[in-house]
Design a binder for this molecule. Structure first.
Ligand code: PA5
Length: 434
């Protein structure tokens, strides 16, 4: 079991005065109460709040069995979905350094774009390799995954026959309704449920995330344990004991002071997809009624050599939140060599994890001195327990921020606008005059 995650706000404190923090406290406490008591707008989509406790145990063991079967039968699993139906699984699998073939199974992704080259590249990868497909769509009608699934289904049927294909397709969708559910029932696919009371971007700890994570070899028991512990911590009304509340308090106070952008930085490329998942969670939940911090991500130290200049010295409208994983999965030391031809003698024999952390500390100090409020989320290590905590921490913080801003953090009316135009341009029946 990993240590519980912590939030360090010492480099943000000087940007929020005591009266400002005190003034924001009752606002976030009221927002937390609304979330926990399920009395706010969108309350019918807050099933994720209790999920680590209430999840369906029967389905959970079915997920483990299906994961084993997928690993036994296939060398590749194609996770097919978009937005909340894909980002969490990918974030988890990459965070855990899984899905690259070490457990015998590679995980590839489809249905998150409409790009034909990407689809063709995937089909090339599948050539001559046994594969299974997990199609994930709550509505069952989302264009990108629906098209990708049609292509993958045809390939499976051509290769394994209709029955053999059905045996390799796993559908994660609504319990009762929708096109995908109907198709799955008609064709005999094994199905898993996106719970009615959980929207896509809050669904990673349901079958949506769990089946791909377990298939990739992730320990989903430990994941749920970590999430369960964090969910308990998130019940506290003391920001000193509840990091989600403290994070929400600072974010909201800083937004109120005119900050417009939040950059989530990582110092480990395995967290890149966590930033992508977080961007959706916070962007789609809070970007409403002309409010919300614009969520951006940075991979450091890489981006210090590109975006570092802007962070240090550009417009002073941004805050930074750093994901700090204390222990590297596999550390390595700088080789000890005589002399100082490359100017690195002072680093002889030092651990790369230590050097990376010194770069992190140096950047945090520099950014804060340059006028950027910095918060740091500290994780023990990249394991399932820490990951479960992290998912839960961000989901609670996001729900609290939404209610504190007076918006519904569980809907996404804005994403319908582009679809209307796209469907009209593609000639979809019913959209002629939209
Ligand atoms: O968070 C959300 O609600 C969205 O990102 C959806 O997950 C995404 O649009 C995919 O929807 P569906 O699962 O219905 O295909």
């Amino acid at each position: 079991m990993s240590q519980d995650i912590r939030l360090d706000v010492s480099y943000a404190e000087k940007f929020v005065t005591e009266p400002e923090a005190e003034g924001m406290k009752p606002v976030v406490l009221a927002a937390q109460k609304t979330l926990l008591e399920k009395t706010g707008p969108g309350a019918e989509f807050t099933g994720w709040v209790n999920l680590p406790e209430t999840y369906d145990r029967e389905e959970f063991s079915r997920i483990k069995k299906a994961a084993e079967k997928i690993r036994d039968e296939s060398r590749i699993l194609v996770v097919t979905g978009v937005g909340g139906s894909y980002l969490g699984a990918r974030a988890a699998i990459e965070f855990l350094s899984k899905g690259r073939g070490e457990s015998g199974l590679r995980v590839l992704y489809a249905g998150s774009s409409l790009n034909p080259d990407q689809m063709n590249d995937l089909l090339d990868e599948l050539e001559g390799t046994d594969f299974s497909v997990n199609i994930i769509s709550k509505s069952g009608t989302t264009t990108e995954p629906a098209i990708a699934f049609r292509i993958l289904k045809a390939l499976l049927e051509e290769r394994y026959g209709k029955k053999g294909a059905a045996d390799r397709i796993y559908a994660t969708t609504d319990k009762k309704k929708g096109t995908l559910k109907e198709l799955a029932d008609a064709e005999g696919y094994e199905t898993f449920v996106v719970p009615d009371d959980i929207g896509g971007r809050y669904s990673v700890l349901s079958a949506v995330g769990l089946l791909p994570i377990a298939s990739a070899g992730g320990d989903i028991d430990a994941l749920m344990q970590g999430a369960g512990r964090m969910a308990e911590i998130c019940q506290s009304d003391d920001p000193e004991k509840n990091p989600a509340l403290l994070y929400a308090l600072y974010r909201c106070a800083l937004e109120k002071k005119g900050m417009e952008v939040e950059v989530l930085s990582n110092y480990d490329a395995n967290l890149h997809q966590i930033c992508e998942w977080w961007k959706q969670l916070f962007g789609e939940s809070l970007g409403k009624e002309h409010q919300g911090l614009f969520p951006a991500g940075m991979d450091l130290t890489t981006d210090l050599h590109s975006m570092g200049q802007y962070i240090q010295d550009g417009r002073r409208n941004l805050i930074e939140t750093v994901l700090d994983v204390k222990n590297a999965g596999r550390d390595i030391r700088v080789p000890e060599v005589p002399g100082n031809a490359d100017g690195l003698q002072y680093l002889n024999g030092r651990s790369l994890n230590e050097i990376n952390h010194k770069a992190m500390e140096g950047s945090i100090i520099a950014h804060a001195e340059g006028g950027v409020p910095v918060m740091r989320i500290e994780l023990d290590r990249r394991d399932e327990d820490s990951l479960g905590q992290l998912f839960c921490f961000f989901e609670y913080a996001c729900g609290i921020c939404g209610y504190a801003n007076g918006v519904n953090p569980f809907d996404q009316p804005g994403v319908e606008f582009y679809k209307r135009n796209m469907f009209r341009l593609l000639g979809k029946p019913g959209y002629e005059n939209k």
